[in-house]
Design a protein around this ligand. Structure first.
Ligand SMILES: NC(=O)c1ccc[n+]([C@@H]2O[C@H](COP(=O)([O-])OP(=O)(O)OC[C@H]3O[C@@H](n4cnc5c(N)ncnc54)[C@H](OP(=O)(O)O)[C@@H]3O)[C@@H](O)[C@H]2O)c1
Length: 239
């Protein structure tokens, strides 16, 4: 989910290269979805999916069921943020961000569960963030949603493992994607600053995150369940 842009786009392209039949999903921007679909030679499926709306998810489940009859890997990687501090965050912003990030992380796996259950090795990957255990100043609702996704992933990993599921999370560091439109996407100086302060002297690329997902869903990770895989260059350890 959320593969028309940014990190989700890189993940869907990587999984396609790995040999998966993939489903590209967009939420608002059909043209962006079509562009990614073209990049994978229109193999697979292109669908609209709003992860916070039950009716939209049910429609998506039906389309995937009609085409494939099962689902091996579900990646939840889509949201739009409204990064504001406590005083600036309106209740509308709060609801929008929690719906976009937290509700979707619950609802999409919930409704795709029957199709995943038909797989021999079902897997769920939640794309959360590296602000899961401490808040990002100026992004209140996002920090709260990320903390929620953290416990959601742990609970799903424990509950579903006896059924053969693996549930894991990737936690990207600050990544230059459209998520930053309106909040410094074009500000090269800001991005140079992020890179300089990172122990690895660069920020992650969407492709770095996609490589981590490719590993997590591979046979190499077959005993890995309930892991938060940080792809942040070690940045979270800075004092
Ligand atoms: N970029 C970062 O710095 C960063 C860091 C840590 C974690 N993350 C996490 O990575 C994930 C992806 O972010 P990104 O940077 O790739 O953002 P992005 O480039 O803005 O892409 C967001 C994607 O999510 C889709 N989307 C938005 N709202 C949705 C919804 N309600 N239901 C389903 N899909 C929805 C968008 O579809 P449309 O194209 O149709 O709008 C788009 O495909 C997010 O969960 C974010 O929290 C990002």
């Amino acid at each position: 989910m959320g593969s028309s842009r940014g990190i989700g786009r890189a993940i869907v392209i990587k999984l396609h290269q790995d040999g998966y039949k993939v489903v590209v999903t967009y939420c608002y921007d059909e043209a962006a979805g079509k562009k990614v679909f073209k990049e994978i030679n229109e193999e697979g499926l292109l669908i609209k999916l709003h992860g916070g709306e039950e009716s939209s998810i049910k429609e998506a489940v039906k389309k995937v069921d009609d085409k494939y009859g099962h689902l091996d890997v579900l990646v939840v990687s889509g949201m739009h943020d409204r990064p504001h501090g406590f005083k600036e965050t309106s209740y509308e912003d709060w609801k929008f961000v929690l719906n976009s990030k937290l509700d979707s992380s619950f609802l999409v796996p919930k409704y795709f569960y029957p199709l995943l259950k038909k797989s021999e090795s079902p897997q769920i990957i939640l794309n959360t963030s590296s602000v899961d255990d401490k808040p990002q100043i100026g992004a209140l609702a996002y920090s709260v949603a990320s903390a929620g996704v953290t416990n959601l992933m742990k609970a799903m990993a424990i509950e579903l493992a006896p059924e053969g599921f693996r549930v894991n999370a990737v936690c990207p560091g600050t990544t230059r994607t459209d998520n930053w439109i309106g909040f410094g996407l074009e500000d090269d100086e800001m991005w140079e600053g992020f890179a300089k302060s990172n122990p690895m002297r660069r920020v992650p690329t969407p492709e770095d995150i996609a490589e981590a997902v490719s590993y997590l869903v591979s046979e190499k990770a077959k005993y890995i369940n309930g892991l938060f895989l940080y792809v942040d260059g070690g940045n979270r350890h800075r004092g």
